[in-house]
Design a binder for this molecule. Sequence first.
Ligand code: SF4
Ligand code: SF4
Length: 339
Amino acid sequence: MRITRRSFLKYCTASAAALGLNPVMLQQLEAALASDGAPTVIWLHGSGCQGDSVSFLNLFLDAPAVGHVDTKDVLLNNINLAYHTVVMASAGDTAVTMALQGKRKGGYVLVCEGGVATAFGGKACRVMTIGGVEKTYQEMVLELGANALAVLSVGACASFGGIPRSIYPLPPLLPSEPSGPTGILSVEEALAAGGVTGPVIINIPGCPAHPDWVAWVVVQLILVLAGQATLPELDAYKRPTALYGGNVHENCPRNPNYHPTVKATTFGEDGKCLEDLGCRGPGAYADCPFRGWNKGPIPQLEDLSVDPANYTRANWCVDSNGLCFGCVEHDFPGGDFYA
Ligand code: SF4
Ligand code: SF4
């Protein structure tokens, strides 16, 4: 099923609360989409698992008001996606040509998913071939980042290095040395190390990034490019404060300061605080307790008589008796995955 800009707008309208859109902003978004002003997006994949793409593309599955849709069409028809290795219909030279055309045209947004490998001349992570010459992710982040309007680092790996960077000592505050077996830097650090200082950089960390967080930033950029909004406020880690301003622990329904719960001593104790089991909510800043994850009905519980507009988020980490492991923080995951 192919969907139109009108359907994308319907999705945004149905998800207005989750995306923080008021009626005026929705009108502005409608005007921006109608004016062909939607940005060109070039989406590169580096050292990571591509889980952020999967998470973002799932956003449109079972979305209220548009039904079950082919998610790649949202991107191809509404955000003018010039290059994305997971959903592109083309491949090889044809796909690369589209990325380079987007670069020549200018005025594009570069989305980076995955950390930047710098060891071995960056050759641990090669992303495309141009004129018979293999190009590394590191080279393409610099080449495309230099002329981008904005660079979005989607996910923990692009934002801070994530699991590919996992090794002791824990990464200090930016800027820092590359680490991990392939010498991983965050996208922000790689751009700075390569002398690229021009584009606005927005980090959207998470493992994976919540699809609403990515959609929220994309909608904000559409409004900014249409002259209808200013760039969102960012914290010291270049995360939008509207999404990452609240503390998970303070807003957790199991917080013993607000609720007289005893702390759990083993997994599976419903409703109890998980701090003694290693929960990192006290050091994590994101809106997960309010936003929730896993949009739509849980498949085996799906009741087709229920209006899809009433579906709510199924869960979030703590609600499912799992730990918050601080996946939005610069020191995630901590420890050495390669030991
Ligand atoms: S479960 Fe985690 S986030 Fe919730 S109150 Fe306990 S320590 Fe805080
Ligand atoms: S609750 Fe914690 S681990 Fe779960 S998504 Fe939010 S920040 Fe990440």
